[in-house]
Each structure stands twice: as structure tokens, then as C-alpha cells.
Design a protein around this ligand. Sequence first.
Ligand SMILES: [Zn+2]
Length: 288
Amino acid sequence: MALVTLKTMLDKVYQKRYAAGAFNVINLNFLEAIILAARHTASPVVLNIAEVHFPFVTMEYIVPAVREIIKRGRFDVVLNLDHGKTIDAIERALANGFTSIMFDGLHLDFDENIHQTCEVARMCHFWNISIEAELGAIGGAEGGGLVGAADSAKYTDVGQAKTFVEQTGIDALAVVIGNSHGRYKCQPDLDFERLRAIRDAAGIPLVLHGGSGISADDFRKAISLGIAKINFLTGMSEAAMQAAASYMSTAGERYNDYSLMLNQVKDRVAEVVAEQIEIFGSRGQAAF
Ligand SMILES: [Zn+2]
């Protein structure tokens, strides 16, 4: 059991044909919920800390907690900067011992995305940590919008995926095949033929962002076609809000209502994470 790089985890995950869940840590409550679920299911997990969540979570405070958990747990953990957009955030994550960086070049054109991803890849590999990058444009607003919408014009291009992976040397590629951040308006229609072609062209583990709202069958099919890491947050946030609302609807006037509500939130979020771990097939895979 250890803090491992994304490449170390995904090499094993990819061979065994399941997916590692990547769950966002927005505070200590969510961190404890994810760890409860990982312990309960004996599953490896990726802990995502997103740059867009820096107003809510201070990485310098949360990383010591992650290290303490790792000492006590029996499962491997990846500490990943999710959607790192600025060099400041990336350098801060490196200085704090993250084992993976997801570089988000979403706003860049293809050539500039290659150029900047190369730079970040060089930096990450110098420190012996992994890099994930994204090609195409994932629908929905990362870190904000609740209603995602996929735009087929922005799906990952198969030819570009091959060039991008060859030229940047990244360890994992986030794809856009009909997936969106936030809550889907209707059941997403994933482009599995495109996913198969990207897998064959890229030859590295693939990542699916926008995991909340995709059916269990679609997840299993995506995993069989090369998806090895699945990002999941919206479902956790919604469960947390429902648990908080449910507690408040029955709360008395106890001095410790807030603490009790937080525990109810933690337990409910842990259940949701455990359900996803089950679907992703990583239950019992803690001991590689
Ligand atoms: Zn994402």
C-alpha cells in the first residue's frame, strides 16, 4: 500500500480490464468519505484535487491528511491534480508531492496544446510522476455548471489522438466521446466506435471525465474499450446535498446538529463512491 503514480496504477488496471475511480476531494469530509469507501471495498483510488476547487480546499492542509491515511490504509492511492491549467498550480502540486498531474489544454489550439503538454510532461517525468492530458473539449462547465451537454464537433479526433500521444509522451489520455461534466440533460450517447479507434491509435490507458449519469452498462463497455480511469464528482455533490437536506428537515435544536449532519453527508457520499467502485470493477483490487 502506497502513494503511487498514475502510470503505476493504470498499467495494472489496464491489463486487468477494470477502471480506477477518480474522486474529487473538496474538503476533509469528502476525503474521509472516499477513504471509507475504498477501505470498505478494498479498492485502489485516485484522489483528485482540482485547480477550480482551490477556493474550497487548501492542498498544503489536505496532503498531510492524505499521507496519514496512506500509512493506515491497505490500498494504493494516486494523488492527482485535476484540470491543472496554470503553471503555478502545477508547480504547487509538484512541491506538495502529488503523483500525477492532469494538464488541461482545453482552451488551446492543437499545436499549442501539444507544445504546452510537452513542457508539462517534461517537468512531470523529471520528477518521476505521471501526466494525463485531454484532447477535444469535454462538455459542461468544469467545476460549476450542473447541466452538461456534449458537442459532437468537439469529440476527440482519432488521428489527432495518435499524434498527440506520440509527440507529448503523456501517460494517460482523457477522451471526449459524448461525456460531459455536470449532470446530463438526458442519457448520454457515448460514441463507442470512436473510443475503440482512439484506443487502437493511442495505445495508452484512456480516461473518462464526467462520470456522473453514465449507466453501469455503458461504463462496463467503455472499460472493455480502454477506459482505465473514471472521474466522478457531481454524483457525490448531489448525494451530499440530499443528505444535508434530509438531515435538516428533521433536525432538532441540538448543539451538535451541524456535526451530525456532516457525518450523515460523509456516510451517504461513501455509499455513492462504493457503488461506483463496484461498477468500475475495482472492488478487491487493492492488493495488486
Ligand atoms: Zn474533468
